[in-house]
Every structure is written in C-alpha cells, then in structure tokens.
Design a protein around this ligand. Structure first.
Ligand code: NAD
Ligand code: UFG
Length: 345
C-alpha cells in the first residue's frame, strides 16, 4: 500500500514526503519537474534513509499516470501538483485553467478507473478573496480574485460534484494560508525560480545578498503598522497536517474542508524584524506602492482543523525565519547550483 504524492518534488510536496516516510508510509512520487528539481527527492531519501519510486511525468499524460497506478498498490493520493504563481495566472489565464483543471480531472478519472477514491487536495486561502471578517472560517463566502485562485475554487467544486456522484470517494480539501520555512536540516526548502514573488523568500534573498532591498507593498493599510498582515505557517506543520488529513479520509467518506494556518497574523514589518533577528543580517527595505490585488489582513480560524483533525501548528515565526535562513544560507542558489555543476562536470 502506498500514498501517491503528485508534485512531490516541489516545496510543500518534498517536506510532506519526508514526514510521510518518517511516519512509516510507502510513497510514490509523480512530478513533471516544471517547477522543481530531482535533487529535492534525492535529499528526501538522504534525510529519511528511505528510497521510493519517482516518475517524472505530467499528470495530463493519462497513459503514463495509469501505468503508475497499475505498477503500485496506491491507496490514497495527496495532490500538490499545479501551477501557483498569481501574477503569471493573470498573464496566462488559459494555461492556468488548462493545466490545473486538466491535471486534476485526469488524476481523478485515473483514480476512479483504478478504484482509488481517497484524495487530499491542496487548496488555498486565496479562494476567500477579500474576506468580510477575520479570522476566516471555512464557511466564509468564497470568491477568488485572480485566475490562479479561481482554478482552486473550480477544483473544489469539481471535487464536491465528484463526491456527490459517488459517495465512496473521501476527499479532504486543505486551504493553506502562507507556507514558509524549511526542514530543520537546511537540506530542503523553497527554491523559487527567478525573482521571488512572495515575501519570505524575497527577504531571505536580500539577507543572503542576492537582492538589494525588500519593497514593502504599502504602509497605508488598516493594520497595526500599516503593512499587510498574513498567517504564516511553517511548512513542516503544514506537512504534518496532511498526515492527519490522511487519517481522516481513511476513516470517513464524503468531502471535508479545513483551513491550515496558525490563526495568528504578522505584518510585513514584523516579518522583516523577525528575519533580521534570526539571521543576524540587516534587511534593507523601502516602502513602495500597494501591490494590485493585495488585501490588508488575512488569517485563519483553525478550530475545525484543531478539533476534527487533531492538528495544530506548533512552530512560531522565530522558527520559520531561522529555518528559512538555514536553508537559504546553506543553498544560496537553491538546487540549481547543483544542476549547473553537473552540466559543467
Ligand atoms: P511547487 O511549485 O513547489 O510544487 C508543485 C509541484 O508540482 C512542482 O514540483 C511542479 O514541478 C509539479 N507540477 C506542476 N504541474 C504538474 C503537472 N501537470 N504534472 C506533474 N507535476 C506537476 O508548489 P508548492 O508551493 O509546493 O505548492 C504545492 C501546492 O500547494 C500547489 O497546488 C499550490 O497551488 C498549493 N498552495 C501553495 C501555496 C504556497 O504559498 N506555496 C499556498 C497555497 C496553496
Ligand atoms: N509583500 C511585500 N513585498 C514583497 C512581497 C510581498 O510587501 O516583495 C507583502 C504583500 O503585500 C503581503 C505580504 O507581504 O502583504 C505577503 O505576500 P506574499 O506574496 O508572500 O503572500 P500572499 O498572501 O500575497 O499570497 C500567498 C500566495 C498565494 C496564496 C496565499 C494564501 O502567493 O498563492 O499566499 O495561501 F494563495
């Protein structure tokens, strides 16, 4: 029996693979490496001392995916694979709708054909759009404000329809807030291609000297210091949430939706301060205009996940920043440096 992890070479996927293997699960990874490097999977093996099969295929390649299900006894799927850049989704909406929807529907069809009906799906707090109040609970109205978020919203609806059509399915929809941090070893972490879009990877690259200063997008929000407030969650806590969700879907049928966050919000300036303390580096920053599409404040109501999944995020922002810094300083060019060295060699 094995858990299929789609997008297992990616940021959240690789951390979840480590926790699954450490907990004694067998895993099989599928990833097309469009936003990741196979080195991440080598390091998962190094950290856990366990090897596992990996297939570098696209989820939309139905025959190859079916082959994976025929080769292995899969009993549940954790579905991380997808495109995730908000700005890019505004520029290339058709690509986002095509890839995210087609990969998920192909996966569900192949699962159905192979009698595998337990699924965990990576959704996002972005589905809430502009929240009417905080903390945001799972019953808050949804209304994503960009194409990426709308792909998550549509997939959530597809999964509800699927469960409605066949009650043997068991699906957990996990709405992540802002994942940051890295494995404490510093061997795996977030490896954005190009200039990072998200705050914490950007701060980390300023701290390590790759970028000169952080642009703080707006200081006139209705928040404690005028900068945007978010619910940052350590990626290892997030990974552990998937193990709890796995227990849940094994024991129940139907579809359930959970926020995975800490329930606490921190401002941009608080994050910069925390990162300075964790890294011992000065982080220069400049206040700039608001970024289009940003909201003032977003943090989760986590009671449902705490009680129904018996899960709670345990790692605070000091640990998030310390672990990000360890990863960034040990791997200033992410996994790419290795690829370049290998090409030269
Ligand atoms: P990531 O880009 O690091 O990982 C996604 C992985 O999926 C990559 O390794 C990529 O190569 C692979 N992939 C993409 N399309 C594929 C396809 N068609 N077939 C096979 N593999 C494919 O992203 P992440 O940060 O680890 O995010 C994982 C999931 O969580 C995504 O679905 C993302 O939308 C969601 N999510 C992420 C965040 C965040 O801030 N990181 C927040 C909320 C939700
Ligand atoms: N910010 C800056 N400067 C930067 C980057 C970000 O000031 O260089 C600010 C933003 O304005 C915001 C906060 O830092 O106030 C966090 O921004 P991120 O880009 O790190 O995160 P977002 O909350 O905008 O969005 C992220 C992902 C989405 C996901 C969402 C919720 O990009 O895909 O978290 O999970 F949906």
């Amino acid at each position: 029996m094995a858990i299929l992890v789609t997008g297992g070479a990616g940021y959240i996927g690789s951390h979840t693979c480590v926790e699954l293997l450490n907990a004694g699960f067998n895993i099989v990874v599928v990833d097309n490496l469009s936003n990741s490097h196979p080195e991440a999977l080598k390091r998962v093996t190094e950290l856990t001392n366990k090897s596992f099969p990996s297939y570098f295929i696209d989820l939309m390649d139905r025959d190859s995916l079916d082959h994976v299900f025929k080769e292995h006894h899969i009993d549940a799927v954790i579905h991380f694979a997808g495109l995730k850049a908000v700005g890019e989704s505004v520029q290339f909406p058709l690509k986002y709708y095509h890839d995210n929807l087609m990969s998920t529907t192909t996966l569900c069809e192949v699962m159905e054909e192979n009698n595998v009906r337990q699924l965990i799906f990576s959704s996002s707090a972005t589905v809430y759009g502009v929240p009417q109040h905080v903390p945001i609970d799972e019953n808050a109205p949804i209304g994503a404000i960009n194409p990426y978020g709308r792909t998550k919203q549509v997939i959530e609806q597809i999964l509800h329809d699927l469960v409605q059509s066949n009650p043997n399915w068991s699906v957990a929809i996990l709405r992540y807030f802002n994942p940051v941090g890295a494995h404490k070893s510093g061997r795996i972490g977030e490896d954005p291609s190009g200039v990072p879009n998200n705050l914490v990877p950007y701060i980390a690259q300023v701290a390590v000297g790759k970028l000169t200063e952080v642009s703080v997008y707006g200081k006139d929000y209705d928040t404690l210091d005028g900068t945007g407030v978010r619910d940052y969650i350590h990626v290892v806590d997030l990974a552990l949430g998937h193990l709890k969700a796995l227990l849940k879907i094994r024991a129940t049928q139907g579809v359930c939706t959970y926020n995975l966050g800490t329930g606490q919000g921190f401002s941009v300036l608080e994050m910069i301060q925390a990162f300075q303390e964790a890294s011992g580096r000065t982080i220069p920053y400049r206040i700039s205009n608001r970024r289009q599409g940003d909201i003032a404040t977003c943090y989760a109501e986590t009671t449902k996940a705490n009680t129904e999944l018996n899960w709670i995020a345990e790692r605070g922002i000091e640990e998030m920043c310390r672990d990000t810094w360890r990863w960034q300083s040990m791997n200033p060019n992410g996994y790419r440096e290795l690829a370049t060295l290998a090409q030269k060699g």
